[in-house]
Design a protein. Structure first.
Length: 112
């Protein structure tokens, strides 16, 4: 069951990251928490569209929403990327080993 839940978490994260507007929102939130209206103005999106994308990102665990007075601020949740990152990182050891083997094979034939 835990493997199934982890797979669903990866799927939610990757689906959320598949949209260019959502990636732009995440980029805009990198440095500091921001309200919907400010994000919408910066990205040239309507507040309704921005709110929709923030909801998808929040449901995927990639952003957190906090309330400060009457404003809702959104911020990146770095820990929300853990499942997707772990999944993607799983591809690198094999690639790095293949690169190492190719480099070592090249060094062994006197072409270094």
């Amino acid at each position: 069951m835990a493997a199934h839940a982890a797979a669903e978490e990866v799927d939610r994260s990757l689906r959320a990251l598949a949209d260019g507007n959502r990636r732009a929102i995440l980029t805009a939130l990198r440095s500091e928490p921001r309200p919907v209206g400010e994000l919408a103005a910066q990205l040239g999106l309507s507040q309704q569209t921005t709110s929709h994308h923030l909801g998808v990102l929040r449901d995927a665990g990639l952003v957190a929403e906090t309330r400060v007075g009457v404003r809702h601020l959104y911020a990146v949740r770095a820990d929300g990327f853990a499942a997707a990152r772990e999944y993607l990182d799983g591809f690198w050891p094999d690639r790095l080993a293949a690169l190492r083997d190719a480099v070592e094979a090249g060094l062994g034939d006197g072409h270094a």
